[in-house]
Structure formats: C-alpha cells, structure tokens
Ligand binder design. Structure first.
Ligand SMILES: C[S@@+](CC[C@H](N)C(=O)[O-])C[C@H]1O[C@@H](n2cnc3c(N)ncnc32)[C@H](O)[C@@H]1O
Length: 430
C-alpha cells in the first residue's frame, strides 16, 4: 500500500470507531481481516495513524474546524507529526486509493488553524466531562498534563534482578538502544520509532530468558516504594497478570512469601507462565474459588498489603488513547465504589505494625487522595507515611519532589517525571 492509501484506510477505521463505537483494537483487527492484501508494515503504519489521531482527537478537530474522521487525521498529521501542508497535499491526490485532494478550507486550516479560544479540555485532549476533575488534580497544569498524556509513550522494561543486573540487560538489548530509566534502578527505556512502532520484544532472547519484563517505570516505582524486603509476608491483592507481583518478588530476592490474588481468576491466568519465566519461587497464587473468598484464612497477617487498584486508567492514556474517549462518568463512580471496598478488604489483611500500599494508574484525585482520606477518617489508627520518607527509604530521594499536593503519597505523570500517571501512597497500621 502506498502512503496515501494508508491514510484512506486510517480514515475508514476512525469512522468505524466513531460511528459504531467500536474499540480501536477491534476495528483495526476487523479491517486487517477484510483487507488481507495489507502487509504487516501497512497494518502497523495504519494502526499508528489511527492511534495518533485518537491521541489528539479533540484538538485536531478544533484545528481543522470539523470533527470528521478525515479532519481529525489531518489535524493529527499537523499537530502530532508536524507534517507540512505540501507533504500532506502530495499524499491526498484522489488517485487510486488516496484520499480526495484538500479543498481550500482544509488547506487554509491546515496552514493556519490554531487552538486560540479553545477550552482547556480541547487543548489538553481530555473528555469534557473530566474537565473539572483535571482542574482539581492539576490546577494550572491541566492542559499541559493532558497534552503530555496525549503523546506517545516509550517502551519501558524492568530488569529482572533475580536473573541479571541492569548492565547485563543493557548489553543483551544493545541493538535496541535502551537507556537507563530516570528513577528506577531496574528501569530501561527504549524510544519508539518515528512511525510509532515499538520493537517486537516477545521475540527477544533477553525477554524469553526472563531477563526483562515490559513494565512502565511508574509501575516499577510503585513496587520500589512499597519497601518490600526479603523475608516479609506480602499480599498482592489485585495481582491481575502479575506485573507488580514479579517486581515485588525481585525486591524480596525470592525470600519470604507473596500471596497473589485477584477478584477475577481469569485475570490471573498469565501469572503462572510469567512467574516461571522470571524464575520467581516465593509466590502463592490464590485464585478465588466460587463464593468463598481467597482471603478467609489469611486475615491480619501481612507485613505489606499491596493494592494495585482497578481504576479508570487515566494515567495510561499514552498507551491506550482510545480509552479516554470511551470512558464514561458511570465508570468513574463504579471504580470509586470498588476502590473503597478493596481498601477495606486490604486493611483487614494487614498485621498490626504493617503497611498498606495503595496505587492506581489514574491521575484523578477522586481515585487517589480522596479515597485515602476517606479511609483514614474512618480508621484513626492509620498513619499516612510522608512521601519524602517513602522516597528516601526506597533509595529514590529525587522522587520526594513528586509528593502529592492534595493528600498522602506521590503523584507521577508523563509531564512531571516521564512515567505513566500514577498515585502511590503508603499507610501504616498501628
Ligand atoms: C490495575 S489491575 C492490576 C494489574 C496488576 N497488578 C499488574 O501489575 O499487572 C487491577 C486488578 O484488580 C482486580 N480487581 C477488581 N476488583 C477487585 C477486588 N474487589 N478484589 C481484588 N481484585 C480486584 C481486577 O480484576 C484487576 O485485575
């Protein structure tokens, strides 16, 4: 396929996503199935065009003066990819499968459209219904934070220190040009290509041998801040596919014990292969059995209960730009309710003198500081641990700069520290 035909395909898919409210991944897959002639490079390039358009859907539409799929794609080519008018006009020839030529209004908008007068949620590319919550979370930085969440994310890897040190991992992946991460001593970062393509890590020997895991630096930091040490009894209450479990096991040097559980047993399924590949030996997976909770016999016995709570995922929009436009207010309410219930369950599992670490990949106060404040009000024996202290204890003193201005714990975001957006807090149980 030539570049013009790829643009047409991206417009067609963006239309399907918008009109049929299809998730982007499904719309792309369906398109690939019904266009077998498109090769893997074509599909990757089209996928990248679609995701880039979704990143800046709102501001691109404003720039181009229309919210059609074509306008959004053109706006994204200008704002995110910085393509000049002549280059785009040369692709939009109307010949073969290329999009129709730009009309005069489009040319004018492409050359001189601005975001002047656009509201914050348009300039920052977040849903209008979250404008107030973004303002509450970020104050005058709301637009800049939204813009940073609308950029592409690098690929972050966590070096599995149960198997190798970071230098060895760096050497084994040298052909991908990884750089040490800014904060996490376990972190490596690989930039994505111009076209937004990430390297095929699953085929890398270093990955197959369990030297590295794909994990955003923010998630690595959450595990590091938990202060898990060898010999402790740890509960990973929302373990899912085990990303944090693996990081905690490495911190504990395979000593002590981690119970990994999740409300949804299916989510736990990938954990078994991941534990084996990473050489983790101190994890017991507790899948829920029917109505009986997986925690009945292990109340009040953990040094650390780690809660990687289900959340709106607003901090991961760089990796999943489709999600921000699919999110509905009802989903935020549901998450808040679940978070309160999970925190109560978690608290019952911490032993006196132990600690509860609460993390979300959401940037919203409603899912972070507000939840913790509510819990602390209901349980006067809970002491929030000072963010600077958490950072120092984890050997990451620079992170003290990211103490939350709104309540307990730290706030990470792409704008502030180049990670996904996270809230991470620790409460000590008296
Ligand atoms: C953010 S994800 C966990 C990601 C995982 N920790 C990782 O690092 O790969 C949140 C998880 O919480 C689980 N969950 C939702 N409600 C729960 C509950 N009441 N108790 C335990 N887990 C729950 C979800 O099934 C989901 O797997």
């Amino acid at each position: 396929m030539n570049p013009g035909a790829r643009l047409s395909a991206a417009i067609e898919i963006l239309d399907v996503i918008e009109m049929q409210r299809r998730p982007a991944a499904e719309a792309l897959k369906d398109w690939g199935t019904s266009h077998r002639y498109a090769g893997s490079k074509d599909r990757a390039a089209i996928g990248s065009l679609v995701y880039d358009s979704l990143r800046v859907k709102s501001s691109a539409a404003w720039l181009m003066g229309s919210d059609s799929a074509r306008a959004v794609l053109l706006g994204a080519l200008r704002s995110l990819r910085g393509q000049d008018l002549d280059a785009v006009a040369a692709l939009c020839t109307g010949e073969g499968y290329a999009p129709a030529p730009l009309d005069d209004a489009e040319r004018e908008r492409y050359a001189a459209g601005t975001l002047d007068g656009a509201p914050d949620h348009v300039r920052g590319d977040y849903p209008e219904w979250l404008a107030e919550a973004f303002g509450a979370a970020f104050g005058p930085d709301a637009v800049a934070e939204g813009q940073a969440l609308a950029r592409r994310a690098p690929v972050d890897l966590r070096v599995n220190t149960l198997k190798v040190d970071r230098d060895k991992a760096l050497r084994s992946l040298a052909h991908l040009h990884p750089e040490p991460a800014a904060y996490a001593p376990t972190g490596l970062r690989i930039a994505v290509g111009e076209d937004g393509r990430a390297p095929a890590l699953a085929a890398e020997p270093a990955y197959v041998k369990g030297f590295v895991e794909v994990q955003d630096e923010g998630s690595q930091i959450a595990a590091l801040l938990s202060g898990a040490t060898p010999g402790q009894q740890v509960l990973d209450l929302c373990a899912g596919s085990g990303g944090k479990t693996l990081a905690l096991a490495a911190l504990m040097e395979n000593k002590g014990q981690i119970f990994a559980t999740d409300l949804d047993g299916r989510r736990l399924m990938p954990i078994y292969d991941r534990l084996a590949r990473a050489g983790v030996r101190n994890v017991q997976v507790r899948a829920p059995k029917g109505r009986q909770t997986a925690l009945d016999d292990i109340q009040g016995r953990f040094d650390l209960v780690f809660v990687d709570a289900p959340c709106t995922g607003t901090g991961t929009w760089r990796r999943n730009p489709d999600a921000k436009w699919r999110l509905r207010p009802g989903a935020l309410e549901e998450r808040i309710k679940a978070q309160d219930e999970i925190l109560a369950t978690a608290l019952a599992c911490v032993k006196p003198g132990g600690r509860l670490v609460y993390a979300t990949c959401s940037v919203l106060r409603e899912e972070n500081e507000d939840r913790l404040r509510r819990l602390i009000e209901a349980h006067p024996g809970l002491l929030p641990v000072d963010a600077a202290h958490m950072a120092r204890e984890a050997g990451l003193p620079d992170l003290a700069a990211h103490a939350s201005p709104h309540g307990p714990g730290l706030r990470l975001s792409p704008l502030r520290c180049g990670t996904d957006g996270f809230g991470i807090a620790m409460l000590r149980v008296q």
